[in-house]
Design a protein around this ligand. Structure first.
Ligand SMILES: Cc1cc2nc3c(=O)[nH]c(=O)nc-3n(C[C@H](O)[C@H](O)[C@H](O)COP(=O)(O)OP(=O)(O)OC[C@H]3O[C@@H](n4cnc5c(N)ncnc54)[C@H](O)[C@@H]3O)c2cc1C
Length: 399
């Protein structure tokens, strides 16, 4: 896709490029290049650098410290950020609870929470899913019973990404069971993770990483001041948040970057073998992914334009989520195939950042397998792709 930039936009692009060239810390850049896991401190430091530049709240309204960028500026930023292979900003504060608080929260909540989210002084996690309530989220059982000036919260949240580092969790909890529809009686609560009765239990994934958790709530006292918006309206707020989340998951600029690197790498001969570019079947598969990606770019720009005019992303974000994650996983597969049997063995030591094997282009060959396995999650989290198809059928196509 050719987007024609104005002189101001080209100037902006230069400013963004200069930022990534000069301000992106060398140690984090190196870890990213190696495909090594970032420490929470790295994540915080990176977001704080963006914040210092005024670039943390990319989609936030200016009155709350957002950039006020046009869709084209956001497109430019996302492109340059992906080209620099900069870390993905942890979304739970900036892209999820932040927009819910500035849209539905009261003034006291806005003042109390938004500055810390922008400046990455507080780490948030997302408490939606429960054991037995994932796709069918409205069946959630976490109970929050009003007792004077606080709620008493009991229940379990699961798959809570990076909850082990979190200071706060935002939860959907049932405040009323006497309702006509299951979606009613659910409220949106902000919970300090240090409150007595909150405990975090790790879930170790197939690739050996500790990325997700189960979080238990045992008679946890949550002040009524931490209820966002109206009691019983949490389902509506939670849906808005999910639309932001799904738009975010698409990761178009990153996929473009990965495909471009792959295209370069397949021209090279690795270990004396002929360059993969000579394999017509492989190149056809690569081209098919590129075509899909180009179409998705237009859809993403349309969504960005809608958000810029003050709307939430809407149910169309489900289209971005499905296509974006299908493309990501297709690219994972192309990397895996390009690595051939060098991607096969799961030898944990080989995933160490200092392993000096030959690369196929994006980190180490063995990491293509690691990434392939880890990224199976992309078509599950944020609501599985099957559920997104149901949403599109009902709310976009009106079937
Ligand atoms: C790595 C990872 C990180 C996550 N992080 C978080 C987090 O931080 N916070 C959080 O709250 N949640 C998180 N989740 C949870 C995620 O949102 C759920 O896993 C997801 O919604 C699916 O729910 P489930 O796992 O209960 O699967 P189920 O709902 O049991 O679904 C199982 C399968 O059945 C299919 N299915 C179910 N219902 C239907 C239907 N009606 N029509 C068609 N197909 C259907 C699904 O698509 C899926 O393939 C995470 C999940 C993963 C894997």
């Amino acid at each position: 896709m050719q987007v024609t930039f104005s002189a101001e936009e080209r100037e902006f692009r230069e400013e963004v490029r200069a930022f990534f060239r000069d301000e992106y810390p060398e140690d984090i850049r190196e870890k990213q290049a190696q495909g090594a896991e970032l420490d929470p401190e790295d994540q915080v430091r990176w977001q704080q650098l963006l914040h210092a530049k005024g670039w943390a709240g990319i989609n936030w309204p200016v009155e709350y410290g957002g950039t006020g960028w046009s869709p084209v500026q956001k497109y430019i930023f996302a492109t340059e950020e992906a080209n620099a292979n900069a870390p993905i900003i942890i979304p739970f504060g900036l892209s999820m609870v932040g927009p819910v608080i500035y849209t539905f929260g009261n003034d006291e909540q806005k003042q109390r929470f938004l500055p810390d989210i922008l400046a990455s002084r507080v780490w948030w996690c997302q408490g939606y899913s429960e054991p037995g309530s994932g796709s069918d989220l409205a069946s959630l059982k976490m109970r929050a019973e009003l007792a004077g000036d606080h709620f008493v919260v009991n229940g379990t949240k699961t798959w809570t990404t990076l909850g082990q580092h979190a200071d706060w969790i935002f939860c959907l909890a049932r405040t009323n069971t006497d309702v006509a529809r299951r979606q009613e009686g659910i409220s949106f609560l902000l919970v300090d993770m240090k409150t007595p009765g909150v405990s975090v239990k790790p879930i170790i994934l197939l690739d050996g990483t500790h990325e997700v958790n189960e979080i238990h709530f045992d008679n946890v006292k949550v002040p009524v001041d931490n209820l966002v918006g109206e009691e019983g309206k949490g389902w509506t707020y939670g849906k808005v948040l999910l639309q932001h989340e799904r738009t975010n998951i698409a990761g178009v600029a990153r996929s473009r970057y990965r495909v471009r690197r792959l295209r370069k790498q397949v021209q090279k001969s690795v270990r004396g073998a002929s360059p993969l570019a000579g394999d017509k079947n492989y190149m056809r598969r690569l081209a098919a992914v590129e075509v899909e990606l180009k179409s998705l770019e237009y859809t993403e720009l349309r969504t960005l334009a809608a958000v810029a005019s003050g709307n939430a992303p809407g149910p169309e974000s489900s289209i971005l989520k499905i296509k974006g994650t299908e493309i990501q996983q297709a690219i994972d597969m192309l990397y895996l195939q390009a690595s051939g049997y060098y991607a096969l063995p799961y030898v944990p030591d080989q995933y160490a950042p200092d392993f000096s094997g030959e690369t196929i282009g994006e980190g180490l060959e063995t990491q293509s397998a690691l990434r392939y396995f880890n990224n199976r999650k992309a078509s599950i989290y944020g609501g599985s792709n099957e559920i997104q198809k149901n949403i599109i059928a009902k709310h976009v196509l009106g079937l």
